[in-house]
Write a protein that binds this ligand. Structure first.
Ligand code: HEC
Length: 103
C-alpha cells in the first residue's frame, strides 16, 4: 500500500518536471522562453515595441557580450536581471535577442 503510494508520488514528480531539470537554460530556444517571460513587456515580442524608453532590438548594434553586461546590470529604466536570472539564463536570452535583428 505505502509502496504504491511512493511509486505514484515519484511518477507524478517526474511528469511535473517533464524530465527536464527546472531553471536550467542553456540553448537559444530556452532564451526565447526567457525573452517572452521577461523582456516583451518593454521590448515587445518582435523587439520593436520600445516601451519605457527601451530601444528597438531589431536595429541594435550592441554586441552579445555587451548585452550580457547590460541585461545583468540594467541601464536607465531597463531592469537589472542579476539575481532574477542566472548567468546561464542571461547568456541564453542575450543570444536569443541577437536573433531578433532584422536581416
Ligand atoms: C522595464 C523595461 C525593460 C525590460 C523588462 C527589458 N528592457 Fe532592455 N532596454 C530597456 C531600456 C529602457 C533600454 C535602453 C537603455 C538605454 O540605453 O538608455 C533597453 C535596452 C536594451 C538593449 C540594448 C539596445 C541598444 O541598442 O542599446 C538590449 C540588448 C536589451 N535591452 C535587451 C533586453 C533583454 C534581453 C531583456 C530581457 C531579459 C530586456 N532587455 C528587458 C528596457 C527594458
Amino acid at each position: 500500500m505505502y509502496r504504491s503510494l511512493i511509486i505514484i508520488t515519484f511518477t507524478l514528480i517526474l511528469l511535473a518536471c517533464g524530465g527536464k531539470p527546472a531553471n536550467k537554460y542553456a540553448t537559444a530556444a530556452d532564451g526565447e522562453e526567457i525573452y517572452k517571460n521577461r523582456c516583451v513587456v518593454c521590448h515587445g515580442i518582435d523587439g520593436k515595441l520600445g516601451l519605457n524608453g527601451s530601444k528597438d532590438l531589431t536595429v541594435s548594434k550592441v554586441t552579445e557580450a555587451e548585452r550580457i553586461v547590460q541585461i545583468t546590470k540594467g541601464k536607465n529604466t531597463m531592469t537589472p536581471f542579476e539575481g532574477i536570472l542566472t548567468p546561464e539564463e542571461i547568456k541564453a536570452v542575450a543570444a536569443y535577442s541577437m536573433t531578433l535583428t532584422a536581416q
